[in-house]
Write a protein that binds this ligand. Sequence first.
Ligand code: OSB
Ligand code: MG
Length: 377
Amino acid sequence: MPIARAAAPVTLEAVELRVLHLPLVAPFTTSFGTETVREVIIVRARTSEADGWGEIVTQQAPLYSSEYTQGAWDVAERYLVPALLDAGTLAPEDVAGALAPFVGHRMAKAGLELAILDASLRSTARPLGEYLGAVRDRVPSGVSVGIQRDPAALVDTVAAYLDQGYVRIKIKIKPGRDVADTAAVRDAFGTIPLQVDANSAYTLADIDTLAELDRFDLLLIEQPLQEDDIVDHATLAARLRTPVCLDESIVSAKAAADAIALRAASVVNIKAGRVGGYLEAVRVHDLCRASGLPVWCGGMLETGIGRAANAALAALPGFTLPGDISASDRFYARDIVTEPIVLEDGHVRVPTGPGIGVEIDPVALEDATVARVELRR
Ligand code: OSB
Ligand code: MG
């Protein structure tokens, strides 16, 4: 499905990569582990026209997917950035093609593409939302809540987010921390919009436990099985009343088409990093919309850079469920942008400035930087 949108070409002079360490305001626990410090790569594309910023959303270890920060750093430095510098002048729509010979490494590719897209849009003072096809000026904000010490602590944590105005709660689950946790939240807060995310922690052997969740009227269950378990997800989906949503499995528009054809999912979580960029994310959106599947924008604990871009993406018409687009302060005491994303009446505003529409705080960026390299033409 070709994207009609065309952004101005830019001439790439240099690419700066930085690894940041950002302390989280509270530990974030999922079925695959606990994070206390976010390790992320920030990309600065220096072009003759303008500078642009991107974010490579890998985590320190390959636990969510096979990508991880040092691997992304290596492949970016060794292969991806040199290929882009060789290309010289390129439009944002050319980036994926220039990087296509290199298999996988979608998060690394996505962060580089975003930096070039941001540079291009800034050079013509065009907002990312307008370019992607946004139809809203604000998006409803859901929050992803990690596994807590026990169900009572989870209820306290959820209460605080509801007080802040979040319009949808997602709780992380894993074997042994599923039915009781979900029941506790449902009992405490009644009919709030609620969903669960298993991050691949189950197998079909757990089908009876997962079916117990049907009684909680969840919006969806996210990624119960492994990334490549498309057929097993279809088997599970046929058995559950709760809609099955895929996250990890949807690595491209093609993967989304296959999952839809096999009835493995009835909802899709879209993350630009996971699918290789915001342009591919729009293709996933377009495909799901044409097939009648609701989509929502997932998150990877983004800094203000990725968070601003996600708000723009989530403003597309097919995003009919609230995304994991929380305020900056849900994860960070100090963001690296000058105007951190805030919650207003349960919503996040879609930036309207050029490009991603946020400015970098150079001091905050420098303070968080633990490694830096600049690659030139
Ligand atoms: O599965 O959606 C996920 C964070 C890191 C890796 C995977 C996931 C998540 C989240 C947090 O759930 C979403 C957010 O950024 O708010
Ligand atoms: Mg998920």
